[in-house]
Design a protein around this ligand. Structure first.
Ligand code: AMP
Length: 621
């Protein structure tokens, strides 16, 4: 029998391992008998490593040597994670490569997020080996859809450190769709609503005949169950202060206990209407030196009031994903819930109100991603029939063209792999090289977007502008890697580069870029309009100049001097004008003059106008 391949959901808060047995995915319980393993690792003074529940329990005792939510830091530079680092109690710093890492006093060294991930993976691997009674060496691991190449590679490295060959890195929403069986349905669109411990993600997927296609993704990397816990905590601290005058915020041990109790209360309120929070000996009253106890009742209604805005935010993100996919709520056949926080009744209620139907409850929200990973693993081991998976580009990709404009070749949310070619031309006469500047982003002006790379296509035979035909092709492969080639169709000469389509962009950066595009929409539109008007003016000036040069002696002197004046004026406008109307007036003037000149040259019918489409910013030699 073929070697078994396990599927692992390496989560921010919890991790899960599953495998296909017979035809069915089975979630495997860990050494403590739990199907959910906290993604927490702790190192003792004796340098012993604890993973999962035992490590989570040590978080109170020894927060300095206990790492949780390490997934937030994996494959990222220290400078990218400063905001995140503030949220955790242990120390995050840069290692010698500038990557985010954790200082662990008990080890006397820094630990990389991959090493933390590897410890969790190792525990899950061993749990699977104990359950199956065989050695496991291969796995499929899931990551958020927005993870970039570096984060994916670091996750793979974590697997390697754990003694696992990672055969595939699978996007979490795609895994959820597999677990739901989307590949077996035909023409069904689902929305995956993933509300976990620290993050919120929405994905819209379409399935049919063995194919799953991601239509859109959106999310917030700082919205999760932990925010709900914080609300309860803040309320408890405030109430306690009102009653005793003591501020628990200053007491670290008390805070950790409050955090755990808040999470516990939240979970209970998913099934009960009321709960009691009981924390004896929470602190010492500094004025009397007597121990103080905390005891509060919390109702579900009260909790819902506290977190209404958090749930509203998730629904705003749902709306955005629908807009991006150009779909209405009624176009979604099923909402698949992922993540423990979807157990909150208010969440389910809001989804039901919005979509007009109950969310799908067939798969356990904590386990659905791991089950999907196991199905993908089953495909790779030959236990499950082949499924084709398709992902999308998070942002638009294009090149810089004349006037500093970004011309999009591949719009955002295009399913990958994908190939698109477009023909461009030169901006100046006898230009022999063009610069191909590859960009990513949603802003019309090149400088406002992210530069992915540049290269030159040289050796173009000298020709009037507009004549050379340069074909630029964008090719994104299944791993999201973009290959750009430029080819002079005249000579067949070719140049290319390879760039990461997601190069170093985090979900926050993607969100930021999208927000900025929205914010500057009007001003960007105006800028683009001005550049386009100027490009047009430039083209007409060029044409008129050319006609004048070639036919000078055939034209009356006063017409030539009038035309020259108009051209001079137009060039001034081209160089300095900021007002689109002024540019248009100058263009009309040039056209009018060209008409007059043309009238005189009635025999000359073929006009020399630019062809071959848009112009790539070039460097005349
Ligand atoms: P995940 O990242 O998917 O493991 O989700 C973990 C989050 O789900 C944590 O914030 C948990 O507190 C939360 N969670 C788990 N069970 C429940 C529940 N019954 N009600 C509300 N939240 C829950």
């Amino acid at each position: 029998m073929a070697e078994k391949i396990i599927g692992i959901d390496l989560g921010t808060t919890n991790s899960v391992v599953a495998v296909i047995i017979g035809d069915e995915p089975v979630v495997i319980a860990n050494q403590e008998g739990s199907r959910l393993t906290p993604s927490v690792v702790s190192w003792t003074k004796e340098k012993e490593v604890l993973v999962g529940e035992p490590a989570k329990r040590r978080a109170i005792l020894d927060p300095e040597n206990t790492v949780y939510e390490s997934k937030r830091f994996i494959g990222r530079k220290y400078e990218e994670v400063l905001e995140e680092a503030k949220r955790v109690s242990y120390r995050v710093s840069a290692d010698d490569k500038g990557d985010a890492s954790f200082e662990i006093p008990n080890l006397g060294r820094k630990v990389r997020p991959e090493e933390v991930g590897a410890q969790v993976l190792k525990k899950l691997k061993e749990a699977a080996e104990a359950y199956l009674g065989e050695k496991i060496t291969k796995a499929v691991i899931t990551v958020p859809a927005y993870f970039n190449e570096r984060q994916r590679q670091a996750t793979k490295d974590a697997g390697k450190l754990a003694g696992l060959e990672v055969l595939r890195i699978l996007n979490e929403p795609t895994a959820a769709a597999l677990a739901y069986g989307l590949d077996k349905k035909s023409d069904v669109k689902i929305l995956v609503y993933d509300f976990g411990g620290g993050t919120f993600d929405v994905s819209i997927l379409e399935g049919g005949e063995g194919v799953i296609e991601v239509k859109a993704t959106a999310g917030d990397t700082h919205l999760g169950g932990a925010n709900v816990d914080e609300r309860i905590m803040e309320w408890l601290i405030e109430e306690f202060k009102k009653e005793t005058g003591v501020d628990l915020k200053k007491d670290r041990t008390a805070l950790q206990r409050l955090k755990d109790a808040s999470e516990q209360a939240k979970k209970e309120l998913s099934f009960k209407l009321e709960t009691e929070i009981n924390l004896p000996f929470i602190t010492i009253d500094p004025s009397t030196n007597q121990p103080l106890h905390l005891q509060k009742r919390l109702t579900r209604a009260r909790l819902e009031e506290m977190i209404k805005d958090l749930v509203d935010r998730t629904m705003e993100i749902v709306k955005k994903a629908l807009e991006d996919a150009k779909l209405r709520p009624q176009d979604i056949q099923e909402v698949v819930l992922v993540g423990g926080s979807t157990r909150i009744p208010l969440v389910q209620q809001r989804i039901k109100e919005f979509f007009g139907r109950e969310p799908h409850k067939g798969v356990n929200p904590d386990e659905v991603v791991a089950v999907g990973a196991a199905i993908q693993a089953g495909v790779l081991s030959g236990q499950v029939k082949e499924i084709l998976l398709v992902d999308v580009t998070p942002l638009s990709l294009g090149v810089e063209t004349y006037g500093g404009v970004m011309t999009v070749l591949i719009p955002r949310n295009t399913p990958i792999p994908y190939r698109k070619c477009e023909t461009f031309t030169t901006a100046s006469d006898y230009q022999t090289e063009v610069e191909i500047h590859v960009l990513q982003g949603e802003r019309p002006m090149a400088k406002d977007n992210k530069s992915l790379g540049k290269f030159y296509l040289t050796g173009i035979p000298p020709a009037p502008r507009g004549v050379p035909k340069i074909e630029v092709c964008f090719d994104i492969d299944v791993d999201g890697i973009l290959h750009v080639t430029a080819k002079d169709l005249g000579t067949g000469k070719e140049q290319s580069i390879r760039v990461q389509a997601s190069s170093g962009l985090t979900q926050e950066e993607i969100e930021k870029m999208l927000k900025e595009a929205q914010l500057h929409e009007e001003e960007d539109r105006k800028k683009k309009e001005l550049v386009e008007a100027k490009n047009q003016l430039d083209q007409h000036v060029y044409n008129l100049e050319k006609i004048l040069k070639e036919n000078r002696e055939k034209l009356p002197a006063e017409l030539v001097s009038e035309a020259e004046k108009v051209l001079e004026e137009a060039k001034k406008v081209f160089a300095g004008a900021q007002d689109v109307q002024e540019v248009r007036r100058a263009t009309e003037k040039v056209l009018e003059t060209a008409g007059k000149v043309g009238g005189h040259l009635y025999q000359q019918t073929s006009r020399t106008s630019g062809e071959g489409g848009e112009v790539i910013e070039g460097k005349p030699m």
